[in-house]
Design a protein around this ligand. Sequence first.
Ligand code: XBP
Ligand code: MG
Length: 252
Amino acid sequence: MAELKCILWDVDGTLADTERDGHRVAFNMAFEEAGLERRWDVETYGELLTVTGGKERMKFDMERGGMPDMADDKIAALHARKTIHYQILIADGLIPLRTGVLRLLEEAYAEGITLGISTTTTPAALDALIEHSLGKEWFDRFAVLAAGDIVPLKKPAPDIYNYALEQLGIPAENTLALEDSGNGWLSAHAADIKCVITINDYTAQQNFEGADLIVSELGEAGRNRIQVLSNPHALGDLHHITLSHLKSIMAS
Ligand code: XBP
Ligand code: MG
């Protein structure tokens, strides 16, 4: 039984559905700009999402014959352009937060629970989403922004979660992660952090065996009831997820 002191948030797919209409589109813009013929359609991108990290994803596609051969520095330069396109898409306000995210963030912040980010995406991409989808004040409200290449191994390795915990000085047993993907779940689990999953179209079929709660979304009081896919802590009849549900998970 442990007290909930910290919530670490994944970004892509959890804070917002950024992958299909954000990152994927930005990759394709960078490919076109560089004169490459390769385009990642919605289905292909879904396959590629099993590889975390944009540079790693491009390299994987290259190694399987999708993209032309490129040296690491070319991949990095292409990815830098992709990040700029992504920042512009996000600044245009095209990607809203997922339902219930802001409500739960605000509730937790008001209660003094430490909030942090644990993501595979590039810091500049994260900053764009915070600024344009959450609001600038959240730069100060998150106690740690753990992102991208700050650790050598990306999710599913536990490194990014371990890094965030080290920075915060908060034990894993007092921390809860919010994730959307199998790789994210494996990463949090390997860091001994309890984890709630909000699935999305790209991750719905992935393996979350052992996760502490699996739901379709966090939901809102005034909206449709969420779908509950796994409720191992027997939280009762869930219409939407509240902070007290997250506390109950930690306490059981
Ligand atoms: C998701 C990722 C990222 C993004 C693209 O991260 O794996 O690679 O798809 O962002 P998370 P970059 O779910 O951990 O937030 O191109 O900046 O890597
Ligand atoms: Mg994610």
